[in-house]
Design a binder for this molecule. Structure first.
Ligand SMILES: [Zn+2]
Ligand SMILES: [Zn+2]
Length: 431
């Protein structure tokens, strides 16, 4: 077996040509899991660009090693170091362990402000870990710091992304002095809120439940994957975890309700006996379904369904045609299977679709969404209020007949819920 330094030596010499650093990293993890920290720290001293086997090593470290590793990277940045690799490590920390920045939030803000070596695109997610004292201090500063080109705007964005309702409201008025500014609502959605008669309303929950797929589903899902990805999935806590199931759910197949556009049976996405366990505001069971043939292809935007007292969906009257259309492509239903919902370790409460890069399980119920593009909570067609995010399903879901379902070119589907109207909405995004 190669040790951490050996893997990097070989990689520097050969790159990916006749060399498999991903397999070597996985081997290292099996034999000495703590050595993944050493691998990443040593890589910082080498002239390496951002690379996928280092990303995977970060994901697969145990929590203690991860916290120590991102801590060491942050210290280097605080001392003025900068590199692609440092940026990508700190980027991952914004998602998995934003508390690393608690040693100096002000410095994070100024690093991001000057654009040096700071996290590249996840930075705004770090602010959710801001503590109450810093929030209060920054709110005071916000009032004195109104000039253009100062930290004021960046500080306001950080406060908005802290997701603390009092700070969100004040930061928003700093960013958009005119409350009628159309952009204000988009920024509010970015922070996971919408404006409501009684103040702010949260658009997603705090705690996701990951979907643990059945053995039969996993066989199909892994069949076409390269062996390194199968190995990463096998080791990743979002796919495999000892956590006991918190709830059971049923996925796939068709239901008796029909699509309002093509009049074919709807495809079941997930049926939940007790949605409240996953933080969904419904006292009855819920059946989330859609038409895989029509959604996003034949529909103009999201598809909506009204749910009856037993939780069964019917196509929203606004999306009912009297004459059936023929979709360009008639999709097979998802493979029918019993799945489990479980709580993954806290590092995986927030996940990013791009940052995951095919390593992580993004199929989850509740918690914050992992947008492929920008935040987009549809308005309920009945009450016009923004709908609450309740579930996301990633691509590569096994279908009847052995194929794998892709949302568009391979994106993610988002399910929304209006508890007052008992309406669900389905919307996918892809790159
Ligand atoms: Zn249809
Ligand atoms: Zn509604």
């Amino acid at each position: 077996m190669q040790n951490a330094a050996g893997i990097l030596d070989t990689y520097e010499r050969l790159g990916w040509k006749n060399n498999d650093p991903m397999a070597q990293m996985l081997q290292l993890r099996r034999e000495n899991p703590k050595a993944l920290g050493e691998l990443v720290i040593l890589a910082l001293g080498r002239p390496l660009k951002h690379t996928t086997f280092i990303d995977a090593a970060l994901d697969l470290m145990d929590d203690d090693t991860y916290i120590a590793t991102v801590g060491a990277a942050w210290e280097r940045v605080q001392q003025g170091a900068s590199s692609d690799l440092l940026s990508s490590i700190l980027d991952s920390a914004c998602l998995q362990y934003p508390l690393v920045y608690a040693s100096d939030w002000e410095q994070l803000l100024s690093i991001l402000h000057t654009g040096d070596s700071g996290p590249a695109y996840q930075d705004d997610l770090a602010w959710r870990a801001l503590d109450a004292r810093t929030v209060n201090d920054w709110l005071t500063r916000l009032e004195h710091d109104t000039g253009a080109g100062t930290l004021g705007r960046k500080r306001a964005i950080a406060l908005l992304r802290s997701r603390r309702p009092d700070a969100v409201q004040r930061a928003l008025s700093r960013l958009f002095p005119d409350p009628a500014d159309a952009q204000a609502a988009s920024w509010l959605q970015l922070a996971g809120y919408c404006a409501h008669a009684d103040g702010l309303r949260m658009l997603h929950g705090a705690q996701p439940l990951h979907i643990r797929f059945s053995a039969e589903q996993r066989i199909t899902m892994q069949a076409d994957q390269p062996s390194w990805r199968r190995a990463v999935h096998q080791a990743h806590p979002t796919w495999q975890s000892d956590a006991p199931p918190l709830a059971l759910a049923h996925m796939g197949g068709s239901i008796t309700s029909t699509c309002g556009l093509c009049h074919q049976p709807l495809h079941r996405l997930l049926s939940l006996a007790q949605p409240a366990l996953a933080g969904i505001a419904s006292e009855t069971a819920l059946e989330f379904a859609t038409c895989l043939s029509c959604q996003g292809w034949e529909s103009d935007g999201p598809m909506f369904y009204r749910h009856d007292a037993t939780g069964m969906p019917t196509a929203h009257p606004g999306q009912q045609r009297s004459d059936a259309l023929t979709p360009d492509y008639a999709a097979e239903a998802l493979l029918e299977a019993d799945v489990q919902l479980f709580t993954a370790p806290a590092r995986w409460t927030w996940q990013d679709w791009g940052e995951s890069n095919g390593r992580q399980n993004l199929s989850r119920v509740g918690g914050p969404p992992s947008w492929v593009q920008s935040a987009d909570y549809p308005a309920c067609p009945d009450c016009q209020e923004d709908m609450v995010f309740t579930m996301q399903l990633d691509s590569n879901l096994p279908q009847d007949g052995g194929a794998e379902w892709l949302w568009g070119s391979g994106g993610c589907n988002y399910t929304f819920w209006c508890a007052d109207c008992r309406v669900s909405g389905q919307l996918w995004q892809c790159t």
